[in-house]
Structures are given as C-alpha cells and as structure tokens.
Design a protein around this ligand. Structure first.
Ligand code: SAM
Length: 276
C-alpha cells in the first residue's frame, strides 16, 4: 500500500455524520442546534480542540472578504468554525474521502455550505488554481506528510502574493521517539516528524518569508497535564473526536500527551508570508 493509501486507511470509517449526530443528541437533547459551536467538542481533530483553532485563527487574522485554504481539513470543524466566526470563505482539502463526505454533510446541516467548500485531494497536488487564496492554514495534518517542502511549494502556488500561511503541527522532540500509537499514526510508517528548524528550512526553500517559527511544546505540556490526568482516571468524555475515530482515541491521546510531556514530541507553530 502507498503512504497515501495507508494515511487514508488510518482515518477512514463509514457513517461518520450519523455517529456525530447521535452522540450530540444523546448528550445535549434531540433538539440541539447543529452549529460549529455545538459540534466543536467532536469535529476539531487535535489536542486542544477549538481552543487551538481559535489561537491559530488569531494568528492568521482572516477578514470577511478573504478566501482561506485549509490543508488537511478533516471533517471540517476548524473550517466551519473560522468561516462562522470571521464571515470568510474557506476551502478545505483532505486526502480521506469519508472525511470529505462527512465534512460536506455537516456543512449543509450547519447552513455553511455556501461558504465552506470541501475538495478531496492531496496537499502535495492541491486541486486549486494558482494565486486563488488570501490565506492558508494547516492544523495537525502535516505529520502524515514526509515531503513538507512539497506541500509548502503547492501552498505558495495557491496563495496570492502577500498571502499568509499559518501552521500548527506536532514535530520531533529532543528526547527520542514518541510513544506509538498516536492519533495520526499507529506506527512510524505514516508518521513524519520534523524539527522546527526543518520546517523553517522547508518554508524558506518553497519561497516563503518567515514571520515566526516557534516550539510551543512546554506550554502545551503544561496545559495538557490536567487533561491527561482526567483521561487516565475518568476515561474519554461523552463527546470527543473518538466519536469519529473510535475508542482507540484514549490510548492515542494519552501517548501524545505523555510524549509531549517527556520531550518526545514538539509542537510547532509557524506563520509565513508569500512575498508581495
Ligand atoms: C489529525 S487530522 C486533522 C484534521 C483537521 N485539520 C483538524 O484539525 O480537525 C489530519 C488530517 O490530515 C489529512 N491528511 C493527511 N495527509 C494529507 C495529505 N497529504 N493531503 C491532504 N490531507 C491529508 C487526513 O486525512 C486527516 O483528515
């Protein structure tokens, strides 16, 4: 199987939207409105959920007239949340066909289908025209891609001159290999962890100017310490990304948090600009 096939295999499951709605109604009642806010505990696939999406969006500062590109958009939680909050348009691209199906269904249910568009495709060959986006972001997706420079070259092509790219991804730590299985990969076969320096080098090689590249793992480990304790003692909460990814999410999340706390994973945030 190709790396692309293995990645899609890792994330694929059927009937995602039905599972999401069943869980949401079981917890919040049959009449719960289906909005980016009510979906948020389930549809942001990364450690700190919608809090991390909010922070990424604050770095990117989208304007209502902007068209954003979300690279590795998952089932579209961050894209819907940002489109609803900032009034902008977002196009999400994702490799996993079942995630694209669920994302489109949830766009329809939240009334955001006219502003959030989902395309099935690879970050290494983005199915979008040149210079068609004002801003781009990728959150918790590039750990599955070995050729990060290839993704940055494609993003550079898709952005207009002066356009911004914000990144948030787990990276290599300094204390050895992380504990597997992890949320993005059960083995090293589809986990490609770079250092902040390597990400910076790849951004520069693709033509970007660096606004900042930083390692926020110390702050992340501190923020996640109570979450880790709660997960270990009480188990998964009623609503979480496990509604989509399955009960294995408990072990995956514990491993990610332990690996971060032990310096086996870094958390890389970056902002880069395509020269005007
Ligand atoms: C951990 S999920 C994060 C999803 C979303 N960014 C979020 O934060 O909710 C990683 C996503 O990256 C996607 N992905 C991985 N490699 C990709 C690639 N080469 N091109 C496009 N999407 C990719 C996966 O299909 C998956 O949906």
């Amino acid at each position: 199987m190709t790396s692309r096939g293995r990645v899609e295999d890792h994330y694929t499951s059927e009937g995602i939207t039905a599972r999401v709605l069943t869980a949401l109604r079981a917890v919040n009642g049959p009449d719960v409105p289906i909005t980016p806010e009510t979906l948020a505990p389930i549809d942001h696939f990364h450690g700190r959920g919608s809090i991390a999406t909010k922070e990424l969006a604050e770095v990117l500062q989208p304007e209502a007239s902007d068209h954003l590109l979300d690279i590795g958009c998952g089932i579209g939680g961050p894209a819907r949340w940002i489109a609803a909050k900032y009034g902008c348009r977002v196009t999400g691209v994702d490799l996993t066909a079942e995630f694209c199906v669920a994302a489109r269904e949830l766009n329809g249910l939240t009334g955001l289908a006219d502003r959030v568009r989902i395309l099935h495709g690879s970050a290494l060959s983005l199915p979008v025209p040149d210079k068609s986006f004002d801003r781009a972001y990728s959150q918790a997706a590039l750990m599955n891609v070995s050729d990060k420079c290839g993704v940055f070259r494609e993003t550079f092509r898709a952005l207009r001159p002066g356009g911004l790219l914000a990144l948030s991804l787990a990276g290599a730590g300094t204390a050895g290999e992380p504990h597997y299985p992890l949320p993005w990969a059960t083995t090293t076969a589809i986990s490609f962890l770079a250092t902040p320096e390597e990400v910076q080098g790849d951004l520069l090689a693709a033509g970007f100017q660096i606004v900042f590249v930083r390692d926020t793992s110390a702050a992340l480990a501190e923020a996640l310490a109570p979450v880790l304790k709660q997960l270990e003692t009480e188990g998964l909460p009623p609503l979480g990304e496990h509604i989509v990814t399955g009960e294995n999410a408990k072990e995956w999340r514990i491993n990610a948090m332990r690996s971060t706390a032990e310096g086996r994973l870094s958390m890389i945030e970056a902002l880069a600009r395509k020269p005007a």
